[in-house]
Design a protein around this ligand. Structure first.
Ligand SMILES: CC(C)(COP(=O)(O)OP(=O)(O)OC[C@H]1O[C@@H](n2cnc3c(N)ncnc32)[C@H](O)[C@@H]1OP(=O)(O)O)[C@@H](O)C(=O)NCCC(=O)NCCS
Length: 195
């Protein structure tokens, strides 16, 4: 039997615990802390919102099977994290999450979206390439403590890539980026999954 399609919706504070479970499973070396997610969600609502976080929820069981987040600063978007539970890989969930982040980048009026991805994460790199992200450089030793390099990828004009039709997570909390913010803030650590 085919599993029901996960539903995308805005991530709220009560999702942090199940998201952390996935986070530790999928990023065992450099998992974000609860505090980092709290800090991100604190910037996800209100007139000066600069973040968009979504979760994918199995409608039958309520299980969280994926999550993703984008930060906007001026006209620059940054994919902070994106992940799908292992049993969902290859079902298109990663693509749906990324599409939602690009819709958010469009709503924030981002001219380009950047991300960092581990050089050894070819699966994720393929996903980003399919969406038109191009490699623009490396950040040496970006992922600690493993000292793994990050590939930096960029997508220009996310509005062109974010399909206007189809599913969109609930729009609550999405607002244009605060133009007074000069730099992309990262939670606690300077590192993102780059995702
Ligand atoms: C990266 C990640 C989010 C991708 O998620 P995903 O759900 O597997 O992504 P998709 O299903 O959209 O695409 C992956 C592959 O499945 C294929 N696919 C997409 N839809 C499909 C479908 N309906 N049926 C079968 N295969 C499908 C795609 O063609 C793609 O194949 P390719 O990699 O050979 O191009 C996921 O692997 C993950 O969470 N990894 C661990 C965390 C991580 O590394 N995050 C990124 C950090 S930079």
């Amino acid at each position: 039997m085919t599993a029901p399609t996960a539903v995308l919706r805005e991530m709220r504070w009560w999702d942090i615990a199940p998201v952390l479970e996935l986070e530790h499973e999928l990023f065992p070396e450099d998992a974000w802390s609860a505090g980092m997610f709290w800090s991100e969600l604190a910037h996800a609502r209100g007139p000066h919102a600069s973040r968009r976080y979504v979760v994918a929820e199995d409608p039958a069981s309520g299980r969280i099977v994926g999550y993703a987040g984008l930060a906007a600063s001026g006209d620059l978007g940054d994919v902070q994290t994106i992940a799908a539970a292992k049993d969902q890989w290859g079902t298109g969930l990663g693509a749906r999450l990324l599409t939602e982040l690009l819709r958010a980048a469009t709503a924030f009026e981002c001219a380009e979206v950047l991300l960092e991805v581990r050089v050894d994460n070819t699966r994720a790199q393929r996903l980003y390439e399919r969406f038109g992200f191009e490699p623009i450089g490396f950040r040496r030793g970006y992922y600690q403590p493993g000292n793994v390099d990050a590939l930096v990828m960029r997508l220009t004009d996310p509005a062109r890539t974010a399909a206007p039709a189809g599913e969109s997570a609930e729009a609550t909390g999405t607002a244009p980026a605060d133009p007074t913010t000069e730099t992309t803030e990262h939670p606690e650590s300077s590192e993102t999954h780059g995702s």
